[in-house]
Design a protein around this ligand. Structure first.
Ligand code: NAI
Length: 328
């Protein structure tokens, strides 16, 4: 059997961690031929809970699970890491200003970036899930100068999957009939789910829907505010769907997107589509041979341009704020 892949999950004792770890250990992250060694990083008070999860993982007797290490030390957690899932983050609490939130997350993602820089394997791939995900990824990346910048990504796959589901319901088709969905920009309420390039039944999704009022007034806000709607209904934030999206993101990055399709990932901009270089922004990407490439040459109409620009402006503001705080 192949050598085990080291997968580090931060925030392992949290809700997403609980929904994620069992799927990784069962082979859904990397495929059924790849054994995994799990490293769980938690803050000290949550180590005991992480141990409880590890006991349950052991009780599943997963054939692909080669071992579990639990630690509160980032250096140990990221030593030799191949796939890093940065889930643990500081949530916004009542009365917290954006600056406080960014500073608190800087205190988490700066040392984690440094630890990745110090110890990660050559092929390391990083996915930041913890919010504000794009800017947390930027912080971690800026403290890992020896790791190729493009290995730092943030998650917009949940938004992508939400967009697929909303569109499929509207058109009465299966999600498998829709290709080329794109989320642009920030993983926040400003994100732009784009139906002008998505394809369904030989048309663009916008043509198939043929209802600009629904597209602008219903579809976009429903996708962008779905997280808040889940909290309202469930009394807790999305966890299983977020874990599922993290699995999809890494699986496609490693194994490739299907022929004729693409996916959405927040990746460091190379200047494509007028997104300032270096911002970690969501784009349509094709994955192949373990690498991703931003899809080039799409025509962006005026409606889409305005929404992409607004989300990218927000990302630039977040970058400027963390720069001012000395976090990047
Ligand atoms: P949670 O609060 O249940 O778990 C977070 C865990 O992170 C806790 O166990 C906490 O002890 C741990 N943690 C905090 N600081 C840490 C550190 N420095 N090192 C290691 N672990 C640390 O939260 P949940 O529901 O699991 O969500 C995690 C994050 O994912 C949140 O920031 C949430 O906003 C974000 N999220 C992102 C989504 C996306 O689409 N990008 C979707 C849903 C959630």
């Amino acid at each position: 059997m192949a050598r085990p892949v080291n997968v580090t999950v931060t925030g392992a004792a949290g809700q997403i961690g609980y929904a994620l770890l069992f799927r990784i250990a069962s082979g859904q992250l990397l495929g059924k031929d790849t054994p995994v060694r799990l490293r769980l990083l938690e803050i000290t008070p949550a180590l005991k809970a992480a141990e409880g999860t590890a006991m349950e993982l052991a009780d599943c007797a997963f054939p692909l699970l080669d071992g579990i290490d639990i630690t509160d030390d980032a250096k140990t957690a990221f030593d030799g890491v191949n796939v890093a899932l940065l889930v643990g983050a500081r949530p916004r609490t009542k009365g917290m200003e954006r600056g406080d939130l960014l500073a608190a997350n800087g205190g988490i993602f700066k040392p984690q970036g440094e630890a990745i820089n110090a110890g990660a394997a050559e092929d390391v791939r990083v996915l930041v899930v913890g919010n504000p995900a794009n800017t947390n990824a930027l912080i971690a990346q800026s403290h890992a100068p020896d790791v190729p910048a493009e290995r730092f990504t943030a998650m917009t796959r949940l938004d992508h999957n939400r967009a697929l589901s909303q569109l499929a319901t509207k058109l009465g088709v299966s999600v498998s009939e829709i290709t080329k969905m794109t989320i642009w920009g920030n993983h926040s309420a400003t994100q732009y789910p784009d139906l002008f390039h998505a394809q369904v039944g030989g048309k663009t999704a916008a043509e198939a829907v043929n209802d600009q009022e629904w597209l602008a007034g219903n579809f976009i806000p429903t996708v962008a505010k779905r997280g808040a709607a889940i909290i309202e209904a469930r009394g807790a934030s999305s966890a299983a769907s977020a874990a599922n999206a993290a699995i999809d993101h890494i699986y496609d990055w490693v194994n490739g997107t299907p022929e004729g399709d693409w996916t959405s990932m927040a990746v460091p901009s190379d200047g494509s589509y007028g997104v300032p270089e270096g911002l970690i922004s969501s784009f349509p990407v094709v994955c192949k041979d373990g690498k991703y490439e931003i899809v080039q040459g799409l025509e962006i109409d005026e409606f889409s341009r305005g929404l992409i620009d607004a989300s990218v402006r927000e990302l630039a503001e977040e970058r400027d704020a963390v720069r001012e705080l000395g976090l990047i």
